[in-house]
Design a protein around this ligand. Structure first.
Ligand code: CAA
Length: 285
């Protein structure tokens, strides 16, 4: 019998956490969303309102279903609210000491059977797991942006994750309408390990004025059928997030492919983070 995970905690209500909460509530799960302060919760609710408004406007969701979906999500600024959940999905900023602190606290709060999942893009699930007393119940559950749209979920198992936990989490991801893939704990997992070398290469081509941003993006959209060009995709991901992912992979593999292009750092320092700051490689309203 696979576990149902009918009550799920989501910690961190940024773009990814809010998207995950939406996907969970869509499939009838009870969601308890936690962020560090009221400002974080207001921002998270804003993401959820915007995304579900859009679905209603497109006729993909009725007003009544939207109200029911949003009604399944409750909010708290305290991790104590997660005492009774079956599964926690953590989506806080990508700092190992922060994630370690969150999971160490959850380990004291949640029951011994609660499964802990991290949505980290590139940090070590093994390292996160050892900060708990239940490393066998710790997995990676990596969603893709925009979460309500993209089907892939990477399920990351460590050398000590219990096999039943992996089976249960795979079935859970399928029940969300996603396509899970299972991989070992290596920086970048599958998709980011393949994607970010390509994105980084595009930044290098742009910074050496090899081609314009429009032509770089057009080449991959119209020549290779990608839904977005690499620079537009970096703006969607966020340049700061992309830098962290590259930097982590570079430090682990020392593969020059992943040494972050200098332009990325300069743009981040100048506050050009992509869509979320209104400007990255392109400018947004
Ligand atoms: N939330 C909810 N729905 C959204 C959305 C969002 N943020 N963005 C787009 N959509 C929906 C639209 O409503 C639309 O739905 P319908 O077809 O049912 O009407 C559908 O997605 C297509 O959207 P658009 O017509 O507006 O635009 P598009 O066809 O250009 O698609 C896109 C937009 C889905 C973002 C597409 O361009 C795409 O898939 N781009 C690639 C994204 C990608 O590679 N993401 C992975 C990043 S890496 C990552 O996330 C991992 C990491 O660790 C950083």
């Amino acid at each position: 019998m696979t576990r149902q995970f009918s009550t799920v905690g989501v910690v961190g209500l940024g773009t990814m956490g809010a998207g995950i909460a939406e996907v969970l509530a869509r499939t009838g799960r009870t969601v308890i969303a936690v962020d560090v302060d009221d400002e974080g919760l207001v921002r998270g609710r804003g993401h959820l309102d915007h995304s579900t408004d859009r679905a209603v406007a497109k006729g993909k969701l009725t007003e009544a279903d939207r109200a029911a979906l949003l009604g399944r999500i409750s909010y708290s600024t305290s991790l104590d609210a997660l005492a009774g959940v079956d599964l926690v999905i953590e989506a806080v900023p990508e700092r190992i000491e922060l994630k370690a602190r969150v999971f160490a606290a959850l380990d004291r709060i949640c029951g011994p059977d609660t499964v802990f999942a991290s949505n980290t893009s590139s940090l070590s699930i093994t390292e996160i797991g050892v900060h708990t007393g239940r490393p066998g119940k710790v997995v990676g559950l990596h969603f893709f942006n925009p979460t309500p749209v993209l089907k892939l979920v990477e399920v990351i198992r460590t050398v000590v994750t219990e096999p039943e936990v992996v089976t249960d989490v795979v079935a859970f991801a399928e029940s969300l309408g996603k396509t899970p893939v299972v991989i070992g704990d290596r920086a970048g997992f599958i998709a980011n390990a393949l994607l970010f070398g390509y994105l980084n290469h595009a930044v290098r081509m742009y910074e050496t004025r090899y081609a314009t941003r429009e032509d770089l993006d057009a080449a991959m959209r119209y020549g290779c059928g990608y839904p977005m060009g690499p620079l537009a995709l970096l703006d969607l991901i966020g340049l700061d997030t992309a830098y962290e992912i590259l930097d982590t992979m570079y430090h682990q593999s020392r593969n020059r492919l992943h040494a972050p292009a200098p332009l990325l750092k300069q743009m981040i320092t100048a506050g050009l983070l992509g869509r979320k700051s209104g400007r990255g490689f392109y400018t947004y309203d």
